[in-house]
Design a protein around this ligand. Structure first.
Ligand SMILES: O=C(O)CCC(=O)C(=O)O
Ligand SMILES: [Fe+2]
Length: 133
């Protein structure tokens, strides 16, 4: 059975969105998002553009993380215990890695979309939405 994203009867207030841009050699080191007042509220995290590796670790840096791919359109819900776990993005896969680009080309092939396509072939954008207070 799926575990609820937050205590029942409570409301999620989406108060802030962080936009992370990753170029070909960018990464995000392991961290826990600890600035929010109420960790029972989830973080909703949207991936666009190039595929990346996402590492989800434990509550200390000593635990070996689980590696997963995040692709364009994927949404990660960091909720419950996951809010306390270290996570990070060690690398993205760009056009030169020959990964996932055909899927992006088929979605972005008309008119001005070509400019977006040229940009996104070498970029990953992550938008994560969170309740701060
Ligand atoms: O880029 C991602 O998928 C993760 C971003 C993240 O963990 C953060 O902004 O706190
Ligand atoms: Fe994070």
């Amino acid at each position: 059975m799926a575990i609820p994203a937050m205590p029942s009867g409570e409301e999620f207030k989406p108060e802030a969105a962080i936009v992370n841009y990753y170029g070909p050699s960018d990464m995000l080191g392991g961290h826990v998002d600890d600035m929010e007042a109420d960790w029972t509220k989830p973080i909703v995290s949207i991936s666009l553009g190039c595929k990346c590796i996402f590492l989800l670790g434990g509550k200390t840096r000593d635990e070996v993380p689980t590696a997963m791919f995040l692709r364009s359109g994927d949404i990660v819900l960091m909720a419950g215990e996951a809010r306390e776990r270290f996570h990070g993005v060690p690398r993205i896969f760009t056009e030169s890695d020959q990964q996932e680009i055909p899927a992006l080309i088929s979605q972005l092939s008309s008119g001005d979309d070509v400019f977006i396509l040229e940009y996104i072939k070498n970029s990953r954008i992550n938008i994560n939405i969170r309740q701060v207070y």
